[in-house]
Structures are given as structure tokens and as C-alpha cells.
Design a protein around this ligand. Structure first.
Ligand code: NAP
Length: 284
């Protein structure tokens, strides 16, 4: 794990490049041609501010988000950590390879730093793993992982050949959605698998919670920054907030360096209690 004032903290994975703990989400990008130039400018601004992890998917904007990312990263690929995801219906032995090659073409890069199964579908997991391992051997992806997998899914994955090569599980996790803390997070921690927290701002809804705003105000910060800083309290959690507003992108970037003491953590727990029993994994 590394960190300094100007560089975002990173997490070492067993193989491939280290993963920054804060990234930029791209859901909803690439959907509207009229917004495309502004979206490219927003991603470029994020890169100038020190973001290095970009989370995208073949699903977002039907490939449009990957095209936006391609334009934004064209001149600075080498310092980035690019994540994309395959649709479950494209996650077969051959189709996942074809889907990955399509994503690489759209992104105009030779290799993804991380390739995720977007959610679990009908194709047997063993087939997807086989395709991911082939992509890895061919140098088209550095690592692979999953998304929206609950504990039982993870156990099943790990029981399969090469299943333990899974580098991360990207799940819905924010202050208003803490169910994963009951079983999934401890299980992943035991296997030393980092968690990518998606929708870390509850898609904006979390920011309207008066209790969060009140704690943030007392600390002289914003609800968004506090929500992100809370996720980054653990070295094994990666947060990927989405924004096309440069001011928000800058504020989110700054959240990683904010102080967070135990008294504030207790206050947050009182306002947004951790789970007191098992609950199915939330999913968008
Ligand atoms: P989110 O990041 O929780 O929230 C995004 C919303 O928050 C946007 O409306 C954004 O608007 C606003 N926002 C961002 N920073 C802000 C700030 N500092 N102050 C005020 N508002 C702020 O939601 P998300 O897009 O659902 O999740 C993030 C990323 O996770 C996605 O983009 C995607 O990459 C990934 N994801 C993955 C899955 C999966 O199944 N694996 C599912 C959902 C999402 P502005 O643009 O105006 O800032």
C-alpha cells in the first residue's frame, strides 16, 4: 500500500498493477451525444486532478461510456487503471473473449487492468473463469473479478478451478446500504479480496440525508466528502463516485485526504447503523 499528499493511496493486488482506492464512475456517460464533449472534458479534468482509476462497462451508454473514456485517456494511458465489465449474457467461454476485444477496441487500449463479470447470469461460472484466464494469459486483461456477488456466490466461485484468482467484488455499498458488513465483507477480508463500493453516494440520494449533512457541517466538510471518506476508512475498500461536474470531482478527490476520528465514526454509526443481521445483497 502506498500514499503521499499528491498521490492517491493504492492497494497491491497479488498480480498486475496496484489499484488506486478512489476512482471515477462512468455510468450514464456516453448516452447523449449532446453531452459527450462535456463528459470527455470531465474525465480529462479528473485525470489532471490525480484520478487514475476509471470504472466503466460495455453496458454503459451501450458502449458509449467506453468511447468517452477512450477520448479522455488517449494521451495518458500509461498511468491509468482501467476497469470494464462484461454483460452476463456475453460471459461465455468464447463470447467473453469477443466482448473484451470489443471493449478494448472501443477504449482504444491493448489491455484492461481489471475485467469484471457485471452480475451473475445463466452462463456457468466455470466458463466465464476459463475465458477470463485465457484473456489474462493473452495479456488482454491484467486481472479479473466479479460484481454483485453475495457471499454464497463468492463461495461457489472459490470452489471452482482458478476461482481464487478473482481480484475484487464490486458491490453496492454506502452509508445507507451497509448490509454487506454482516457477512460478505468479513468473508472477502479473510480471503484478502478488496471490495469496490459502487454508488458510494447512493446516486446522490444519500447527500440529502439531514443527519449526514449535520455531521459533515460540524466537521467543515460536505456530505459527499464525508460519505466517501467513511468508505475509505478501511484500506481494503475502493470507492468509485460518478460525476461530470468538475467541482464535485475535485471535492471527491480531496475527500481521500480528510481526517476521520473514532468519535466521528461512532456518530456516523449512530445515524446510519451497521446491520444487526443478515440481509440479501442490494443491487441496482
Ligand atoms: P454515485 O456515484 O453514488 O452518485 C452519482 C451522483 O452523485 C451523480 O448524480 C453526481 O452528480 C452526484 N455527485 C457526485 N459527486 C458529488 C458531490 N461531490 N456533491 C454532490 N453531488 C455529487 O452513483 P453511481 O453512478 O450509481 O455509482 C458510481 C459508479 O459505480 C457508476 O458510475 C459505475 O461506474 C459504478 N456502478 C456499478 C454498478 C455495478 O453493478 N457494478 C452499479 C452501479 C454503479 P454530478 O455529476 O452533478 O456531480
Amino acid at each position: 500500500m502506498t500514499s503521499d499528499a499528491n498521490t492517491l493511496r493504492t492497494l497491491d493486488l497479488p498480480a498486475g498493477p496496484a489499484m488506486p482506492v478512489l476512482g471515477l464512475g462512468t455510468w450514464r456517460l456516453g448516452e447523449d451525444p449532446a453531452r459527450r464533449a462535456a463528459e470527455v472534458a470531465a474525465v480529462r479534468a479528473a485525470l489532471r486532478m490525480g484520478y487514475r482509476l476509471i470504472d466503466t462497462a460495455e453496458m454503459y451508454g451501450d458502449g458509449g461510456a467506453e468511447e468517452v473514456v477512450a477520448k479522455a485517456i488517449a494521451t495518458r494511458r500509461d498511468r491509468l487503471f482501467v476497469v470494464s465489465k462484461v454483460y452476463p449474457h456475453n460471459a461465455g467461454r468464447k463470447s467473453a473473449v469477443t466482448a473484451c476485444e470489443r471493449s478494448l477496441r472501443r477504449l482504444q487500449i491493448d489491455r484492461l487492468d481489471l475485467y469484471l463479470l457485471h452480475w451473475r447470469g445463466r452462463i456457468p461460472l466455470g466458463e466465464t473463469i476459463e475465458a477470463f484466464e485465457r484473456l489474462r494469459a493473452a495479456g488482454k486483461i491484467a486481472r479479473w473479478g466479479v460484481s454483485n456477488f453475495d457471499t454464497a456466490d463468492m463461495r461457489e466461485l472459490f470452489a471452482l478451478s482458478d476461482g481464487h484468482h478473482c481480484a475484487t467484488n464490486q458491490v453496492l455499498y454506502h452509508l445507507g446500504e451497509r448490509g454487506v458488513e454482516w457477512e460478505l465483507l468479513p468473508w472477502l477480508h479473510k480471503q484478502r479480496i478488496p471490495v469496490m463500493a459502487y454508488s458510494p453516494l447512493g446516486q446522490g440520494a444519500l447527500l440529502r440525508k439531514p443527519k449526514l449533512a449535520a455531521i459533515a457541517k460540524r466537521l467543515g466538510t460536505t456530505a459527499a466528502q464525508l460519505a466517501l471518506r467513511w468508505l475509505l476508512r478501511s484500506p481494503e475498500i475502493i470507492a468509485i463516485p460518478e460525476s461530470t461536474n468538475p467541482e464535485h470531482i475535485r471535492a471527491n478527490r480531496a475527500a481521500a485526504a480528510l481526517p476521520l476520528d473514532r468519535a466521528t465514526l461512532r456518530e456516523i454509526d449512530a445515524a446510519f447503523p451497521p446491520p444487526d443481521g443478515p440481509a440479501p445483497l442490494g443491487m441496482l
